[in-house]
Design a protein. Structure first.
Length: 480
């Protein structure tokens, strides 16, 4: 494997290292967490479009679907059906907080909440700064592959009557098992070892994963970060302090915005949505395979570009793209999809194409960066605690969208797409003015090099000079 000097732009220190086989193995295994999450996202939407499943568990939804003059926008509006899809995220929400405790002791864990908490942090700590974005995005890449696999399985299983949906649901155990077995084989990160006072082991692992002997500078930087972190016995308390606010706000907001792009209205309910605009059950499942494929392929764009053009450029470009597509979809439905009857064929095709363009934009921006940015911006002492807020915000918003989308579609009709478009404008403005660029900055240097330099967020840090100035001002009146 060729040696790569891990150099950074500007005045960021250079750490040596290569992209070793070890790094790659760790990334692949850890990213199985993404596969598990993705499969779960994809599978529920597919089975809820299968008649056998509906007949068995949601009979009234199935009956409503059969009515000749069914209401396009409301045929799937059923609280229990939505709860089926969204329940996973409540479970994951609780798990992410438990996982944050486990992660500060050990970087392993099971279940969606556990995996989402552990994997992005694991990847960000392990990756050399110069390619951290690309490595971290392997998590998102596996999420999208998981969704695609679920879509394909649903398409095939949908033809097996009457128990195809059981196959789709049963396969969800496979990636969980892979993650479980894989986690036995992976290294703990040097940071996690050094933090737990296993310093020599930490140095050895660092050498191994970087593939060079001289890791002194990076080792010193990690030790320094661990020393600072060890003074913090209550990370959640520290997280509530003023100086923790910038990364905390960014972590939560990135996840809230990620969900309010409307992506999961599309991911969970793509088959249902495509049926709404007039595709048959089979064609709807097939169309969601197509969007799943677009999702995977577009994530590669992010892998290639994130450490070159930076995070902000991708986020801003995607906002424009997603805004336009949501408005076009909303516009077509408003004009042509009446309460009963189907969309004309040409329109339905345009909707599918627009959904693909929307998914592509999300897949190279808010999708991966919603995980990457929160995992790389906290200082070590609050990293796991802070990141658990990001994960739980994701789960909470995913739950809200999964729970509300079909009812919102029923009541707001095409207006729901304009609702998401409005959110996209807000998140674009946020990214433009308040999101700092983190490309190429080592994780343990974020506070000094990113937050303290940002025009807005720097006010949350009392630097020494400001403290001295204040002290001098307090002393002066006594001297006069
Ligand atoms: C999001 C999921 C979403 C997926 C789509 C992830 O980053 O967290 O909610 O379904 O991307 O690819």
């Amino acid at each position: 494997m060729p040696a790569v000097v891990i150099a950074n732009t500007g005045d960021v220190p250079e750490f040596e290292g290569r992209i070793t086989f070890n790094v790659i193995v760790c990334v692949v295994i850890a990213a199985c967490g993404g596969l598990m999450f993705g499969y779960d996202i994809g599978v529920s939407g597919g089975v809820t479009a299968m008649d056998d499943f509906l007949k068995k568990f949601f009979y009234e939804v199935w009956e409503r679907k059969q009515l000749a003059h069914e209401n396009n926008y409301c045929k799937y509006d059923n609280k229990k059906l939505q709860l089926f899809t969204s329940s996973l995220y409540i479970a994951a929400l609780i798990a992410s907080f438990i996982a944050s405790k486990t992660c500060s002791k050990l970087h392993l864990g099971l279940g969606v909440g556990f995996a989402n908490q552990a994997v992005p942090l694991f990847l960000s700590e392990l990756a050399p700064a110069k390619i951290r974005g690309a490595l971290n995005i392997s998590f998102q890449l596996f999420i999208t592959i998981g969704i695609l696999i679920a879509n394909v399985v649903n398409y095939a299983a949908g033809k097996i009557h009457p128990y195809g949906f059981r196959i789709s649901l049963g396969i969800a155990g496979v990636p969980a098992l892979m993650l479980c077995l894989g986690s036995l084989a992976i290294h703990e990160t040097p940071t996690s070892l050094i933090e737990r006072k296993k310093v020599e082991e930490g140095r050895a692992v660092l050498k191994k994963i970087r593939g060079v002997d001289n890791v002194d500078r990076e080792y010193d930087s990690i030790v320094h970060a661990c020393e600072v972190a060890s003074q913090i016995t209550q990370p959640y308390h520290k997280l509530m302090k003023r100086e923790s606010r910038p990364p905390l706000v960014i972590a939560i907001v990135m996840q809230v915005f990620q969900q309010f792009t409307g992506i999961n209205a599309i991911m969970f309910y793509a088959p249902v949505l495509f049926q709404t605009v007039g595709f048959g059950s089979d064609a709807a499942l097939l169309s969601s395979v197509i969007t799943g494929l677009v999702n995977v392929l577009s994530t590669f764009v992010s892998v290639v570009l994130v450490d070159r053009v930076g995070r902000r450029a991708l986020l801003l470009e995607a906002c424009v793209q997603m805004f336009i597509t949501q408005c076009i979809i909303g516009g077509i439905l408003m004009k042509d999809l009446k309460i009963t009857g189907n969309l004309p064929n040409g329109d339905a095709l345009v909707v599918v194409i627009m959904v693909c363009v929307f998914v592509a934009g999300f897949a190279w921006s808010w999708g991966p960066l919603g995980w990457l940015i929160p995992s790389e911006t906290f200082p070590l002492e609050t990293r796991t605690a802070g990141f658990s807020f990001a994960v739980s915000s994701n789960m909470l918003c995913t739950f809200v969208i999964a729970q509300a989308f079909l009812s919102m579609l029923c009541h707001m009709r095409s207006g729901i797409f304009f609702f998401f478009a409005a959110w996209i404008v807000v998140m674009g403005l946020f990214a433009l003015f308040l999101l700092p660029e983190t490309k190429g900055v080592p994780v343990d240097e974020m506070v000094d090099r990113v937050w303290k330099q940002h025009w807005f967020w720097k006010r949350f840090f009392n630097d020494e000079q400001a403290v001295e100035k204040r002290e001098a001002e307090m002393i002066r009146p006594h001297l006069i």
